[in-house]
Design a protein around this ligand. Structure first.
Ligand code: ACM
Ligand code: ZN
Length: 550
């Protein structure tokens, strides 16, 4: 009998571990929290009094107040906010023992107790609570019909990766301050904490630099834009200028940085160099190997014209630009690009060749001397930014030649760059194009989709990404600091299309970034996607429906 019972118990345990019905997860929160223990009963939130710890910082208090205001608005019952603690109501408590992004959430029949040590923990607790409430909490209008209750639960939660990023290209097509804020809003829903802002490229310079006003007067505007995909010849252009006035003033940059900070998001600016610089060369042709003339690039792809590192003026320009950038962004990191820099101009440029000679740069079995010239650029920029208290991130091409001493590598051409960086003891951020390029198609039926760059990246493939490879050492794993998806906008012209490419793939990304591997579960996630899309509906976002239609 005893044996029979224990066999039964083992069976039940196996069932609960391996094939838990998605409904049994009990809460639809994406990314799913680390530890969730559902209890009997519920707590009524409408009209609840909010109590916050006197030790909370100003941004955390603001986050609490904003949540209370929203709750009041949607429930129609005023929630007061006061400093202190109580046995009832919704309590926010500072617990210094918790890590900065960790939080705990206890809901019982009388009270809600949220503990965190810093802003991000409080923000994530609020996001979890919001997702546990009816989705109307994400709208801005009154909904008295809803059952404004939270299930009783104990949650302990913290992210798997410290760096949880989403990128946006604002050069190929520009996104206004309001559009960027909406992008940040939905990142916050899924607990991302890094916004990688790709501000400059061949097709348009989009950040005001006081010392070089021409960059945004002339460098923001291209004469016309390629129609469709780049062809080997006979490309078609639309004949319409694009980009006049489409850039961010420094005040607007500060506004976005502050908006993001209040949502727990650090903005990492990218000034892509020494390639992807044609827009700057169009303004300052003396910085190119041939001295131009150049025009802001009307097509997509990789341009042969890049900055001339043989010219000292190039470094003066880079340092002046990065000085202003460093002052605008509190981020520890500045992304300096480094990708797709052809060497054809350098090979023929007397100044570049003289620099190679003077530095004694020599080819090795893998790379020509010109690759080491790019490493020289990266190292000089790294050293300059270090004097401003900043560290660099570069695309994985910065591994070619000699990797700068303290550089963090963003692995985009697959995973090998990130793995190599980690092996070399450098930090790496994984953004492999095969899993995390949100400019790729979401369906194999491309005719039914808006024009995209190519590829095929359904939500399920995003979800399946695992950044750790078999055989990695613990030391190497510790260097994989995070995961990010990239959204390049050559083929994306409207906000609604931008959101379509982003959502709900962003939700899948967030579970890769946040959840421990054992907490990832495709069936649960898939079951949750319609609830997540209900949130997007309430917030007025467009999204792709492929998963809902299956
Ligand atoms: C890249 O996609 N060129 C980083
Ligand atoms: Zn040159």
């Amino acid at each position: 009998m005893k044996k029979f019972l224990s066999a039964l118990f083992a069976l039940a345990l196996a069932a609960s571990c391996t094939s838990l019905d998605p409904k049994e997860y009990g809460i639809d929160v994406v990314p799913y929290p680390n530890e969730v223990s559902l209890k009997a009963g519920s707590y009524k939130v409408a009209g609840a009094v909010f109590h916050y710890d006197g030790n909370m910082d100003a941004l955390s208090v603001q986050a609490v107040t904003d949540f209370a205001d929203r709750l009041s608005r949607v429930t129609g019952k005023q929630s007061l906010v006061s400093e202190g603690h109580s046995r009832t109501g919704i309590n926010f408590v500072v617990d210094p023992a918790l890590a900065p992004e960790e939080y705990s959430l206890v809901v019982n029949r009388k009270a809600v107790i949220i503990k965190a040590s810093a802003l991000n923990g409080f923000i994530y607790a609020i996001q979890t609570v919001k997702q546990m409430l009816p989705e109307e909490i994400f709208s801005d209008s009154l909904d008295q019909d809803e059952d404004w209750k939270l299930k009783c639960v104990v949650i302990k939660d913290a992210p798997r990766f410290a760096y949880r990023g989403m990128h946006l290209d604002v050069s190929r097509h520009f996104w206004s301050v309001d559009e960027v804020k909406r992008y940040l809003d939905v990142m916050q829903v899924h607990k991302l904490n890094r916004f990688h802002w790709h501000l400059t490229d061949d097709q348009g310079w989009r950040i005001e630099i006081k010392k070089y006003p021409r960059l945004t007067e002339k460098g923001a505007v291209r004469k016309e834009t390629l129609v469709g995909h780049l062809q080997p010849k006979d490309n078609v252009f639309d004949g319409t200028p694009y980009g006049e006035g489409l850039f961010y003033t420094q005040d607007q940059i500060r506004e976005v940085v502050a908006y993001a900070a209040a949502r727990g998001i650090t903005v990492i600016p990218e000034i892509d160099l020494p390639g992807h610089m044609v827009a700057a060369l169009a303004c300052y042709p003396e910085l190119g190997c041939t001295s131009g003339p150049y025009e802001v690039w009307p097509m997509w792809g990789v341009a042969d014209d890049v900055l001339c590192p043989g010219n000292e003026k190039t470094f003066e320009f880079i340092e002046n630009v990065l000085s202003e950038v460093a002052d605008l962004f509190p981020s520890e990191y500045i992304h300096i690009g480094g990708d797709e820099c052809p060497k054809v101009r350098w090979e023929k440029c007397p100044k570049c060749q003289a620099r190679i000679k003077a530095l004694g740069l020599e080819a090795d079995e893998r790379h020509s001397a010109e690759y080491f010239l790019q490493s020289y650029v990266t190292e000089r920029v790294e050293a300059f930014l270090a004097t401003r208290g900043k560290r660099i991130i570069g695309w994985d091409e910065i591994l070619e030649g000699k990797l700068a001493q303290d550089a963090t590598v963003m692995s985009w051409r697959g995973i090998s760059g990130g793995l190599e960086a980690a092996r070399l003891g450098h930090d790496a951020i994984m953004t492999p194009n095969s899993y995390l390029y949100f400019d790729y198609y979401q369906s194999e039926n491309q005719d039914a989709e808006p024009l995209a760059i190519g590829g095929y990246l359904p939500v399920s493939k995003v979800y399946s990404y695992e950044p750790f490879e078999e055989g990695m050492t613990e030391e190497e794993k510790s260097h994989i600091i995070g995961v990010q998806a990239n959204l390049w906008t050559e083929y994306i012209t409207t906000e609604s299309q931008l959101e379509y490419m982003l959502l709900p793939r962003l939700a899948a990304l967030s579970e890769v970034q946040w959840c421990q591997p054992q907490n990832k579960n495709w069936e649960r996630f898939e079951d949750c996607v319609d609830d997540v899309c209900d949130i997007y509906d309430q917030m007025g976002y467009n999204y792709a429906r492929h998963l809902l239609e299956d």
